[in-house]
Design a protein around this ligand. Structure first.
Ligand code: C2E
Ligand code: MG
Ligand code: MG
Length: 620
């Protein structure tokens, strides 16, 4: 091994001896002794020096072979000698780097602290050798990554008076490493930082917000009906949409905001710092509007919107994981409110989430164990009380409790469970119709409810038609009920599904009419044959004091529906007065507790089908 310290000690001894020699009288035996030892030391030093030179030469050769640069530094005078290879790596001339001051100027500002500390540590004897990876400015104005290794030569007291070492060009390796790191922390499709980097940044933001007392906000953004685009237009279109949305958001990113892709159609914005909830809401509003701006894709124009959830540090949570979870929860609330909406997290949301999650699990089980049931509610003609149809309504008895249908349907819609549940309803209802027709002859059509989410797959019409065929049923035996949200679907694929149903002869009714936005003239162009006036209008038809409530509205709906050729059903008729008013307004059909509540299949058949089978009323 190359023993710099040994050589250094020799030199020091020589120094000390020479000093003593000049201080003593010429004829003393001590001087003789010292002179002899000086000779011996000189000899030793000579050997060591020759040894050192040859080792240094060998070291230089090894460096050359390894393509490393050689350097020698004097920590006292700061003078620096650098080998040619080192100059080659950086492209400088010999005299460009005369001392360590000049060298330090070339070290990347971000790496200077690290570099200085590595040198100091070693000079102080706190590290066995000096090692540091850092960037140095090359003559072409670019920084290059180098790895420096070195060893200090020390005096007897351990004080370093020289440092010798090498430099290796590690630029390619570091750039490769940086590239790998970038890939691991960024999303390949959009180039946005991914959830790993978000977690890192969030952690750092929380730490600094804790000490500064500032607020930060997390926005959880989820595109509405993205799955729809993926399913109907294909993954390429879906990818394109994600890229366009990213571009749109990136273009105009408000200050203090950083954008990440969480995965799928989910994006996250970290706002650090933010003044308060209002400021976060305002920024979220900007994102919502940007996303809702029509995007021009290369193959088709996309229209999309997003649901956004907001959570604040430290108001909503004190750690990153909870902060993200709360923003996610708030986003779900926004989605449940119909999408294209923003919600800020509230503590109440947590309880709701826990309840809904347990409901979802139990519902999944109930479906698997076939514990769901269909009830049937009669629809009768207002003119002559004839049974003209029935609506199949889902019921779930969870043990002793009957879970309100609207509640579990919304959980099923949020979780996607509505797809298998909807399939079950289609199968069950059609099987029931077939069984009744076998036992009671022709019966009026039975209506099933279809959720907007069932239309997110293009196969719902096919499934219905195939099941009807399987049982050998005519199309007139079934009706479907959809709400306006299905018709307002942006890309029109749901309407296509409805057209397929209509083409097969299956009637379509528009449920809860009056609560949405559709104008009657708009509906004229859609494959809908029946309007079901929402229960809220019927219950307000006549006020307790006898004055008319929603009657003018109901009258207008019925009149217009007639002129456009729609059949009208009044939902939720509970009183005789309501029935009389509806008869006077020439409404076609009623459904409500006045005639019957929804009943289990057997009971419905006993009460309404036995001996009363009618020929079906044409719906459209
Ligand atoms: P909807 O399709 O509008 O069904 C009518 C609702 O009004 C039913 O509530 C029915 O029980 C109720 N109703 C009928 N007559 C009266 C009345 O005189 N007074 C009052 N107060 N209510 C009356 P239900 O069964 O709780 O269902 C609620 C909603 O859940 C349905 O509204 C429908 O949107 C949805 N739903 C029910 N079954 C299914 C299903 O199989 N699939 C889907 N996707 N949704 C379903
Ligand atoms: Mg309905
Ligand atoms: Mg309804």
């Amino acid at each position: 091994m190359f023993q710099y310290p040994r050589w250094g000690i020799g030199l020091l001894l020589l120094n000390a001896t020479a000093g003593a020699l000049t201080a003593l009288h010429p004829d003393t035996p001590a001087r003789m002794l010292l002179a002899a030892s000086l000779c011996a030391l000189l000899l030793l030093a000579g050997i060591e020096f020759a040894h050192f030179r040859s080792i240094k030469r060998a070291y230089r050769l090894a460096m050359l072979a390894a393509h490393d640069g050689f350097w020698e530094w004097d920590p006292v005078s700061k003078s620096l000698k650098v080998g040619n290879r080192l100059l080659d790596i950086l492209g400088y001339k010999d005299r460009h780097i005369p001392d360590s001051h000049a060298w330090l100027k070339l070290v990347h500002p971000e790496d200077q602290a690290l570099y200085n500390s590595a040198v100091t540590q070693h000079l102080k004897g706190l590290s066995a050798f000096f090692y540091c990876e850092y960037r140095v400015l090359a003559v072409d104005g670019q920084y290059r990554w180098v790895a420096s290794r070195g060893l200090a030569v020390r005096d007897r007291r351990g004080i370093a008076y020289q440092m010798v070492g090498s430099i290796t060009d590690i630029d390619e390796r570091r750039r490769h490493q940086e590239e790998m790191e970038f890939l691991a922390q960024h999303d390949a499709l959009t180039g946005l930082p991914n959830r790993l980097l978000f977690a890192e940044h969030l952690q750092a933001s929380i730490l600094s917000a804790r000490s500064s007392g500032q607020r930060i906000a997390v926005l959880f953004i989820d595109l509405d009906r993205f799955k729809n685009i993926n399913d109907t237009l294909g993954h390429r279109a879906g990818d394109q949409l994600l890229q366009s949305v990213t571009q749109q958001l990136r273009k105009d990113l408000p200050p203090a905001c950083r954008l990440y892709r969480q995965g799928g159609d989910e994006f996250i914005v970290l706002i650090d710092p933010v003044n308060d909830g209002d400021a976060a809401m305002q920024i979220a509003g900007r994102f919502k509007d940007l996303i809702a701006t029509p995007l021009l894709g290369s193959e088709s124009d996309f229209f999309t919107c997003a649901s956004i959830g907001i959570s604040l540090f430290p108001d909503d949570a004190s750690d990153g994981e909870s902060l993200l979870r709360h923003a996610d929860t708030a986003m779900y609330e926004a989605k449940a409110a119909g999408g294209n909406t923003i919600r800020s997290h509230t503590p109440l949301m947590n309880q709701r989430v826990t309840y809904r999650m347990s409901l979802e699990n139990q519902l999944r089980k109930a479906l698997a164990e076939n514990r769901l049931e269909l009830y049937f509610q009669p629809q009768t003609s207002l003119a002559d009380n004839r049974l003209v149809g029935a609506e199949a309504l889902l019921r779930w008895h969870n043990g002793e409790t009957l879970i309100p249908t609207e509640q579990f349907i919304s959980v099923a819609e949020e979780s996607g469970l509505i797809i298998p549940i909807g399939d079950w309803v289609i199968d069950r209802a059609i099987a029931q119709i077939a069984a009744w027709r076998a036992s009671h002859g022709e019966i009026p059509p039975i209506a099933i409810n279809l959720s907007p989410r069932q239309f997110w797959r293009p196969s719902v019409s096919q499934r219905i038609i195939a099941t009807m065929e399987k049982y050998g049923l005519p199309a007139s035996a079934l009706e479907t009920e959809v709400t306006e949200s299905v018709l307002l679907d942006a890309d029109g694929s749901s309407v296509e599904e409805l057209l397929k149903l209509k083409a097969a002869g299956i009637a379509i009714a528009l449920d809860d009419f009056g609560t949405g936005y559709s104008s009657l003239s708009y509906l004229q162009h859609l494959p809908v044959g029946t309007l079901k006036i929402d229960r809220s209008f019927i219950s307000n038809l006549i006020h307790d004091d006898g004055s008319s409530g929603s009657e003018p509205m109901v009258r207008a709906i019925i009149a217009m529906a007639r002129s456009l050729g729609f059949r009208v059903i009044a939902e939720g008729v509970e009183t005789v007065q309501q029935r009389q008013r509806l008869q006077a307004l020439e409404c076609d059909v009623m459904q409500g507790y006045l005639v019957s509540r929804p009943l289990p299949a057997d009971e419905f058949a006993r009460k309404f089908l036995e001996g009363k089978a009618q020929s079906p009323t044409p719906a459209n």
